[in-house]
Each structure stands twice: as C-alpha cells, then as structure tokens.
Design a protein around this ligand. Structure first.
Ligand code: BV8
Length: 238
C-alpha cells in the first residue's frame, strides 16, 4: 500500500497535509494522548486547555504552558517535518500544511504557509479585550503577567477548547481540503473538531499515517500503520 500511496502523491497536483501531535512525537514532544506528568499528572489536557481553567487558576495553567514551552526549546523538527518542508520547496504551491499542533515545528523545519488552526504556544495575547492601558511591554508580575492598571492577564496564543478557530486559517484550510486530490492525515487521533472534520469533508483521497488506530481510519482510502518520521520521507521523495 505504501507504493500505491507514493504513486498517489506523484499524481496529485495539490496535496493537503493535516497533522496532529503524533507528527511531533519523534521530536520528543509528548502527544495529548500521552499521560500528563508532574504537577499536571492528575489533569487531562482537555480540562486545562480551556478559558474556564485559566480563569479559575491562572497560575497553574500558565505554568503548564511554561513547562511545555521549556520542553519545546529542547526539541528539533524530525525527518517527517523535514520531508514535508523539502517537498514544498521542490514543488512550490503543490502542498498545503494544515496543523493542529501549536509547537511551531513545521515552521522551524522550513514549511511555508502553515495553517496553524490552534495557534502558536510561543505567542501570548491578552485574556480580555485590551484597553488603552494594556501594554505587553509594561506588564507586571508573572504566572501570568498582568496589566498594572486594569489587571488584564496575558495568556498563551493558542485556541482553547470552546474557543473559535482563527477564521482566516480555517477558511483557507477548508479551501485546501476542497482543492486537493490527496490529503495526508498524519499523527492525529482525529478527535478534535472542527480540525478533524477536514478529513471527512475533503474532496481528495484520504491517507492516514499513524502507528495506532484513529477516529479517522474509517474515512481513509488508505491507512499506513507507521510513524511520520519513518513514512513521510518515503512517500514524499519525489
Ligand atoms: C470549537 C491548543 C466552536 C491548546 C487544542 C463534540 C463534537 C464535536 C466537537 C465538539 C464536541 N464537544 C466539544 C466540541 C468542540 C471541541 C472538541 O472537538 N472537543 C473534543 C474533545 C470532542 N472543539 C473545540 O472546542 C474547538 N473549538 O469547536 O469552536 C465552538 C465554540 C464554542 C462552543 C462549542 C464549539 C477548539 C479545539 C482546539 C483545542 N485546542 N490545542 C493546547 O495545545 O494547549 S486541541 C489539541 O488537542 C491539539 O491541538 C490537537 O488538536 C488535539 C490533540 O489531538 P491530536 O493532535 O490528534 O493528538 P492526540 O494525542 O490525540 O493523538 C496523537 C496521535 O498521534 C495518536 O493517534 C497516535 O497514535 C499518533 N502518533 C503517535 N506517535 C506517532 C503518531 N503518529 C505518527 N507518527 C508518530 N510517531
């Protein structure tokens, strides 16, 4: 089946990649399905990555993100990220990368035009609509930093559960899903919507790349049981 998928890649004028946490597993970034460790061992990510959790305990949620950001400073893109970026460079305009990941590793590998549907963990934004007094360069305190005048808090620049996805990126991702002949769904359990829905509504053939079962296997024209770093260099070597 691997060879057939490689032929599909060669024949496709436009390819969409939809990646999830498994894309970064071989870089050493724990996936969401991986057990949480340390102070957060007793929490599920879905329970921490919400506005309610942050408002209830800003320090604890802020420090969860700080520990993830620290981990990301130690990791590098893997052969899967690099294979995607190299394909884009060899075939400009032929591949759109849509990611659920907030780790920035596709971008660090050199991928262009990455549609980061769930934002970027390296960025902060204001928790509440900023007022004239809210100056990111003049915050006080930490965990989380706050506006010294109105107390507005800084929060990670990611999309939390219950929050809308960035409209422009989502619209662009939906366009790519309709324009592609092939969608490679790499390293995602397919449980989180609306991102996972792209694999169900795409006009292209769907190929799942995942060492384990996923919620999108039933939507796939082919399921390749393997990892991103093992399979993508082979599939994208054109
Ligand atoms: C929204 C940023 C409108 C934060 C994230 C019921 C039905 C449909 C939808 C919902 C529903 N109930 C609630 C919802 C909405 C909700 C949702 O989908 N909930 C789920 C839990 C059911 N969605 C939302 O809230 C979204 N917004 O819908 O807005 C709205 C507005 C108001 C009210 C309602 C709706 C926002 C979702 C975005 C959440 N933010 N991340 C942060 O990072 O802290 S989601 C986060 O979790 C990730 O970004 C990612 O999307 C998801 C984890 O999924 P995966 O990436 O798939 O990772 P996972 O660990 O699950 O799986 C890894 C896979 O890799 C595994 O399959 C494994 O086998 C594989 N793997 C392992 N190693 C490798 C590998 N694969 C390849 N190679 C390897 N080496």
């Amino acid at each position: 089946m691997k060879q057939a998928v490689r032929d599909w890649v060669r024949a496709a004028r436009h390819i969409a990649v939809l990646s999830g946490a498994g894309m970064s597993a071989e870089s050493g970034v724990p996936t969401f399905r991986d057990a949480q460790t340390g102070l957060w061992a007793k929490y599920r990510p879905e329970d921490l990555a919400t506005p309610e959790a942050f408002r209830a305990d800003p320090k604890m949620v802020w420090e969860w993100y700080a520990s993830r950001r620290a981990k990301l400073r130690e990791v590098e893109p893997n052969a899967g990220h690099r294979a995607i970026a190299a394909f884009q460079q060899r075939h400009p305009g032929r591949m759109t990368v849509i990611t659920q990941n907030v780790d920035g590793l596709h971008q660090r590998a050199g991928s262009a035009g990455v549609l980061a549907l769930h934002g970027n963990i390296a960025e902060d934004k204001w928790l509440d609509v900023p007022k004239a007094c809210c100056d990111p360069a003049a915050t006080v305190g930490h965990a989380p930093p706050r506006c010294p005048v109105c107390g507005n808090m800084r929060r990670p620049g990611v999309v939390w559960f219950g929050e809308m996805l960035p409209p422009a990126e989502l619209a662009e991702a939906e366009r790519a899903a309709q324009a592609c002949e092939l969608m490679l769904v790499v390293g995602t359990s397919g449980m989180v919507y609306p991102a996972a829905g792209l694999a169900r509504t795409t006009a292209g053939r769907v190929v799942v790349v995942n060492p384990g079962e996923s919620e999108l296997d039933d939507a796939a024209d082919a399921v390749l049981r393997g990892t991103a770093a093992q399979l993508l260099p082979y599939l994208l070597d054109e």
